[in-house]
Design a protein around this ligand. Structure first.
Ligand code: BGC
Length: 754
């Protein structure tokens, strides 16, 4: 059996070039004479958006009905890669039924600032959570013979000037924070495609950056799939092709294809890049052809049920304080409920832009709660979404009167489509003033108030101490309404955890002052201190910390044990007991940091986690693996990841600020031999395995010559002072080490070791 790639050598440069850009918005070009069909790629990420007629990439034109699963901000809160994989399988099935070869997701960019308009589509402020959940999704999608497109590669963390701005990021945060999740997914799940981002990185468009698309992605990480541009991300097509971009989307007017073919005719470097890219397009077609056709129809009910289960797992119970002796949640079955807030009737369950799905159906909390509690529920909208709409006072008064007449008030607050979306960023993190005023009035009328939040990215919660119960219900997909009711009534015991910190104020956030940049540049000035790393390093109080989330049960942790396995990974074991009366899930989190480091480190970094189901009264021995490579920092002296040797503190807990136990392990470090130069400091020379002993004996000789008492080179303070002295400057001091001696020392140190 021949594969499409077998025909590569039969193609002209024009034909090869034609393969490397789209036919239209969503399809690739066919080459009939060699039997290469046109395949389809469509959005993603949390449901299929296959447009029937009017095509656009902004979510405007209608698409075929598909299940809208919880967007990534919800799914990420599950902290459960197995659940993500099940969602991936469902996405794969829906894509396969619609004959879609590649679904454009997942998106795993880091939530650098809560203001990014697209945070609802991204998983976390932490690269391990992003990478692990992203890998789960990719594995699930691809298990169905459908490709995924890992996006947006890379450092695409804002919408402001997203198609031109340069993300100016130092090597350490770039590698340790912004690329680490991508690396994880590429290595663990081998996505068929990676989508490059719109932005520039340190001045170079991602779409034409050979360092990013070839050196890092292919040479270092071993990616052998296809790189597709984000829609309209290509600036200079020939440069992009040579840099490693295989496919420009959507289709152009043919001019870039002609430019590529022409350049390939005369320039062997372009010709070989074209061969490589056209070959990868043919490989993708081959993968799609090899996938078995999946017959419909879609099992709408089964996928809706999965969407509901996942939404229930995404909800984070932020607070559940006792009122008159008992927590408000779950609601007592006999309670009369004032259900307040337009979001309960008109759910906001997905974000705006290219990920916008035409759902198979939508559950509202109002319908779901009424179905369960009948006339124990009464509804008042409380507010109109548009703050400028007339009649807000009357709506508020009606809701307050209702709240006063019922046992409990459940108030749905949130962000509207106008406030957050792909394409623009928020300017603040506040809920609309009329919603907050409504809440204040309701709480005054009935302190037994529960708040349910509908938002794609975090909002400030100035009422967090005044309201006894708060559910962070994100954007939860089409079954979010019924899933929220499952949690309110206790049919589902909440187990979601915050994959992003909820700060008090935007001024406290790491990127404040450096977001969204100006004059075409955004400086990632916070460096590696992104998310909880920042709040912990700066000791800043937050409303709810990263990793936080409550349960209707309670969990206690036994002694933590941690050992370094032969592989170098750290195996962490901790017994966790469900001490409550309900079965539940605990998300066990492992944070690690070296006790001492030669470079700046966050106080702790999440390195492993597990969502574990534990029956009431039972104990689970939870085993987690911290990968050795995740201990590494990016060493700019040698341009690679390096694990420092020494003691590491392994902390285990229920959130980044609720640590229940810890252990110390001794980790063997990587050998780093930094080539010496005349600029190397004496401290570096002394620490060098070859030059160190040499310089020590030279100095001993000099010291002997100078005699006792003159201690130029001894004494602690002198040692410190001399520590930062470049070796190449020593000859001018006339202490007996001349230029030739220095050169000899450097040559000996840098000589290849046999
Ligand atoms: C978005 C991508 C999306 C593409 C196709 C772009 O504007 O950034 O995430 O996959 O459009 O709709």
């Amino acid at each position: 059996m021949t594969t499409p790639r077998d025909h590569l050598s039969e193609l002209s440069n024009e034909e090869k070039a034609s393969l490397t850009s789209g036919k239209d918005f969503w399809t690739l070009k066919a080459i009939d004479r060699i039997g290469v069909p046109s395949i389809m790629v469509t959005d993603g990420p949390h449901g299929l958006r296959k447009q029937a007629a009017e095509s656009d990439h902004l979510g405007l034109g209608n698409s075929v009905p598909a299940t809208c699963f919880p967007p990534a901000s919800g799914l990420g809160s599950s902290f459960d890669p197995a659940l993500a994989e099940r969602v991936g399988v469902a996405l794969g099935v829906e894509s396969a039924i619609e004959d879609v070869a590649v679904i454009l997701g997942p998106g795993i960019n880091i939530k650098r600032s809560p203001l990014c308009g697209r945070n609802f589509e991204y998983v976390s402020e932490d690269p391990i959570v992003s990478g692990v959940i992203g890998a789960g999704l990719v594995k699930g999608i691809q298990s169905q013979g459908v490709g995924s497109s890992l996006k947006h590669f890379a450092a695409n963390n804002q919408e402001f000037e997203r198609m031109t701005a340069s993300s100016d990021v130092d090597p350490r945060p770039l590698r340790e924070i912004y690329l680490r999740g991508f690396e994880r997914v590429v290595k663990d799940a081998q996505p068929w495609t990676v989508m490059c981002s719109y932005n520039k990185i340190n001045g170079v468009y991602a779409s034409q950056d050979p360092w990013l698309l070839t050196q890092v992605l292919r040479d270092e990480w071993g990616f052998d799939g296809l790189v597709v541009s984000d829609w309209g991300a290509v600036n200079d097509r020939v440069a992009a092709l040579v840099a490693g971009l295989d496919l420009e989307m959507p289709g152009g007017d043919g001019a870039p294809d002609r430019a590529v073919a022409l350049a390939a005719d005369s320039d062997p470097a372009v010709a070989s890049a074209l061969d490589a890219s056209a070959g990868r397009v043919l490989d993708l077609v081959g993968l799609a052809q090899a996938s078995p056709a999946v017959a419909g129809p879609l099992d709408v009910e089964a996928h809706h049920a999965l969407a509901r289960e996942v939404a229930g797992r995404s909800i984070v119970l932020l607070r559940n304080e006792p009122v008159e002796g008992a927590p408000l949640l779950p609601l007592a079955p006999s309670a009369t409920v004032a259900l307040i807030g337009e979001f309960a009737r008109t759910p906001r369950y997905q974000g705006g832009g290219s990920s916008h799905i035409n759902p198979t159906r939508v559950d509202s909390a109002l319908d779901a709660l009424t179905a369960e509690l009948g006339d124990h529920v009464a509804f008042a909208p409380g507010f109109a979404f548009d703050p400028a709409a007339p009649g807000q006072d009357a709506l508020r008064d009606e809701a307050v009167a209702l709240a006063a007449s019922r046992d409990v008030a459940v108030v749905f607050l949130g962000l509207t489509d106008a406030e957050e979306s792909e394409g623009f960023d928020r300017e603040h993190i506040d809920l609309a003033a009329h919603q907050l005023a409504l809440l204040d009035a309701v709480v005054a009328a009935n302190p037994r108030t529960v708040v349910v939040l509908s938002n794609g990215a975090v909002v400030a919660l100035p009422f967090a101490d005044r309201v006894p119960a708060i559910l962070e219900a994100w954007l939860l997909g089409q079954a979010g309404g019924s899933a929220t009711v499952d949690v309110l009534l206790g049919a589902v015991n909440p187990s979601g955890r915050l994959a992003e910190t909820i700060p008090h104020r935007i001024e406290d956030t790491p990127a404040f002052g450096n977001f969204p940049g100006s004059n075409g540049h955004v400086r990632y000035g916070e460096g590696i201190l992104v998310g909880y790393r920042w709040y912990d390093a700066r000791d800043i109080a937050v409303t709810f910390p990263f990793g936080h989330g409550l349960s209707y049960s309670a969990f206690s942790y036994g002694a933590v044990s941690a050992v370094v396995a032969a592989s170098g990974d750290i195996e962490v074991t901790v017994p966790v007991t469900n001490t409550g009366s309900r079965d539940g899930r605990e998300v066990v989190q492992v944070y690690v940091a070296p006790v001492a480091s030669a470079v700046e480190r966050a106080p702790r970094e999440l390195k492993a986690f597990a969502s574990v189901e534990i029956a009431a009264g039972a104990t689970a021995d939870v085993v987690l693996t911290v990968r050795r490579e995740d201990l590494a920092y990016w060493d700019i002296r040698v341009d690679r990841f390096v694990v420092e040797g020494g003691a590491y503190r392994v902390e285990v807990g229920a959130s980044s600020r609720d640590l229940r136990g810890s252990a110390l392990v001794e980790v063997g470090g990587d050998t780093v031999v930094v080539p010496l130069t005349p600029e190397s400091t004496l401290a570096a020379v002394f620490a060098h395995p070859i030059a160190g002993p040499m310089i020590a004996s030279t100095f001993a000789a000099i010291q002997a010559q100078l005699g006792e008492g003159d201690g130029v080179l001894s004494g602690e303070a002198m040692e410190k002072m001399m520590g930062s002295f470049p070796i190449g400057r020593l000859p001018s001091f006339g202490w007996g080490l001349d230029r030739a001696g220095v050169d000899q020392l450097i040559a000996a140190a840098n000589a290849p070791q046999g």
